[in-house]
Design a binder for this molecule. Sequence first.
Ligand SMILES: [Zn+2]
Length: 239
Amino acid sequence: MLAESEINRVLTVTAHPDDVDFGAAGTVALFGDRGVEVTYLVVTDGDAGGNERELDNSGMAELRRAEQTAAAKAVGVTDVRFLGYSDGTVVPSLDLRRDIARVIRQVRPDLVITHHPDRNYQFIAPSHPDHRAVGGSALDAVYPDARNPYAFPELLTEEGLEAWTVREVWLTGGSTPDHWVDVTDAIDRKLTALQSHVSQVAHVEGFADFVKERFASWGKRAGFGEGRYAEGFQVVQTA
Ligand SMILES: [Zn+2]
């Protein structure tokens, strides 16, 4: 596994506004504390989300981009990029692989954080079809597309983007996490990030308690002890 000192740039690739905040915002905040540069790539605008809403899909897309940008700021991230795919219809595709490979070559991250591409049979919520499609395409973009100069050759010939090898990928939402990050020092910032998604969570009663209980239970599972909070990942070595 990469040592802390080997992680200087991180790219997260997630399907919807709020996914990175549920899965990894505490870890992202701690990266920021150490001076690591973090970029968010969000594949859809979350335009099919929301409850009892008054906005059409394009109004919702604009609102959710703004909410994600605010959530990023709460954990120190200012580089937030959107691919504008349509919420709820993402499939693993060559277009998506190329679009993610492009950003990998632009950002040149040591570490990519994305969705686990397999269905989690213990806990269905993280296994939204968009999540699985994005996770699978992100892994394909890491290996082989971004590192192979002959994959999507237009990225090199037309955009001047040199091949780049990502050394490690951390997957969120899987059933077999094997790396836990103690996010106790960042749990308040993670909560602020999540609560920035006003259209998604403002109507949820007891949301803060729900979040704290969820990540405290992972703190126990990780062996960090009572009153500690954790985020969990499955680590994939990719170099
Ligand atoms: Zn999602």
